[in-house]
Design a protein around this ligand. Structure first.
Ligand code: BYC
Length: 477
């Protein structure tokens, strides 16, 4: 690879890249590999499009969201940490009260690296999962939004790779390379966490993913933003500003789909949601099945309900709870307890365990609270049209592969069933092959006329940034 390109100039940053020769050399190797990955695994056939994107060129209010047309391979994937807080301390665990670490504490090195690698692995995975969706976008507005999400996931990968290169030496560089080698869904070299190996085959799945799974991103990043390892905390804080937009895309995307369906049902005086399909919209039962799938797969991302890993991450001060510093307790959790669900004698029951071992479950519960509020907002959209249907979150134990509920067959209502009973209902509860076929058949071509939307989705309330809805968000050249 040629190394006479000035990568440092091309990479907006507030980490003084230009002064760090070791880091520069590492990035000179990694950057071309990243671009190779983007050309192979980034959004399909998009490299020559001009896309109206926001780019972060600094962390201050004027610089973190600069809008302009850009070709995605020329997007300036920058490295940003929020400014340091003077006197910041480790705020929890056995090291509570020590100055926050500016370098990797030697005894926690491998644990910390593993957290950063796991976080980093999800970012390119999501781009890979979504790479074909541009071909069937419901509008230029939505096409631009998915591309925005994709370039920012790319930037989030950069954020983790910066930490690996800057703080972990040779094994950090190896891990950074491996992040570009694994592939979502690959049998031999898959992504690390389950949900990131599932396909995202259509736009309903994409919106569900950005609503549910990106929100796991928010809660995990928030916990890492509490880390005693200050560079990680500061990196994650900046990533969270971008994550908010991804969840917005998901929430409004599903919201616009249910709005369109419910409006068409109301106009045509249809009571039975199953009859909506004939009118070219996605029936609400199918939306519910997608919801059940993405919610349950995302709940697994929080890890086991009882986890000694999570206890170690916390005790050492590497990964906190959601909004750790706002919680009013001792931040050590020596004697505290927490309730986790489990199956006993064929029923779901609560079991009290040491709070330290239940930190994954606690974060999952924080997440569920926020997700529930979003589902209620979707239901308000349906309610306004007068259609009586309501979306629901299934029971926490439904369709779980990780944790106490894994291996059991639990209905959306929380009943423990036999495998045969569960299988008999499977297609009522989760998207079936025919649901996917139906949804994908609706999304065969993309809508490219500015201001036009596919029949199955309502237009958004407003455009991007200061632009109107019929703005030419993508130019195909
Ligand atoms: N799939 O002790 P346990 C985002 C493994 S999303 C497969 O309960 P732990 C984004 C686990 O690794 C946020 N394997 O787990 C969203 C462990 O393996 P080992 C990503 C799983 O460690 C959208 C074993 O099972 N960030 O940013 O307490 C688009 C025992 O598990 C899974 C993070 O996740 C699974 N679902 O918790 C783009 C933060 N769950 O040790 C981006 C960093 C568990 O036996 N990661 N396992 O080999 C962590 O904090 C933790 O690794 C986890 C797991 C919370 C994920």
């Amino acid at each position: 690879m040629t190394s006479n390109i000035d990568y440092i100039d091309k990479i907006p940053n507030n980490v003084d890249l230009g002064r760090d020769r070791v880091l520069q050399r590492a990035l000179e190797h990694w950057q071309p590999a990243y671009m190779g990955w983007w050309y192979d695994m980034g959004p399909n056939e998009s490299h020559n499009y001009d896309v109206y994107l926001r780019t972060a060129i600094s962390v201050d209010p004027e610089g973190w969201a600069v809008f302009d047309y850009i070709k995605m391979p020329q997007y300036r994937w920058g490295i940003f940490l929020v400014p340091p807080t003077a006197g910041r301390e480790v705020n929890f665990g056995v090291n509570k009260g020590q100055p926050a670490w500016q370098d990797v504490p030697g005894e926690y090195r491998s644990m910390l690296r593993r957290l950063i690698v796991t976080q980093g692995d999800t970012e390119p995975a999501s781009v890979e999962q979504q790479r074909m969706l541009g071909m069937c976008a419901p509008s230029l507005y939505d096409l631009r939004n998915i591309y925005q999400v994709n370039v920012e996931e790319g930037r989030h990968l950069w954020a983790m790779v910066y930490l690996l290169h800057r703080y972990f030496g040779r094994d950090g560089r190896e891990e950074a390379e491996a992040l570009l080698d694994r592939r979502s869904g690959d049998v031999d070299n898959p992504r690390i966490l389950g949900a990131f190996n599932e396909p995202t085959p259509d736009w309903l799945a994409f919106y569900m993913f950005t609503f549910f799974t990106d929100r796991d991103g928010k809660f995990q990043l928030s916990s890492l933003a509490e880390s005693g390892f200050d560079p990680l905390a500061r990196t994650c804080r900046f990533m969270l500003t971008e994550e908010a937009h991804h969840m917005f895309v998901g929430e409004t995307g599903v919201g616009r789909i249910v709005q369109r369906t419910a409006e068409v049902m109301a106009e045509n005086k249809i009571d039975d949601p199953d009859h909506a399909r004939a009118l070219g919209v996605i029936d609400l039962h199918t939306v519910q099945r997608y919801l059940n799938f993405h919610y349950s797969v995302t709940l697994d991302l929080f890890g086991g309900d009882v986890s000694s890993n999570a206890a170690s991450f916390y005790t050492t001060g590497l990964k906190g709870r959601y909004e750790e510093t706002k919680i009013d307790d001792d931040h050590v959790l020596g004697d505290a307890t927490y309730n986790v669900g489990t199956v006993r004698d064929g029923r779901v029951v609560d079991e009290q365990i040491a709070a330290l071992n239940a930190l994954n479950e606690r974060l999952r519960d924080d997440y569920i609270g926020e997700v529930q509020a979003g589902v209620e907002r979707w239901n308000k959209v349906i309610e306004k049209t007068g259609i009586p249907f309501r979306l629901r979150l299934p029971h926490k134990g439904f369709h779980r592969q990780i944790g106490n509920f894994a291996g059991f067959h639990i209905s959306p209502q929380g009943d423990v069933l036999t495998e045969a009973q569960w299988n008999a209902k499977r297609d009522e509860w989760l998207p079936s092959r025919s649901d996917y076929t139906f949804v994908q058949a609706m999304m065969t071509g993309r809508v490219v006329e500015p201001g036009k939307f596919a029949n199955w989705i309502a237009p958004p309330r407003r455009g991007v940034h200061t632009q109107p809805i019929d703005f030419e968000y993508v130019r195909f050249n």
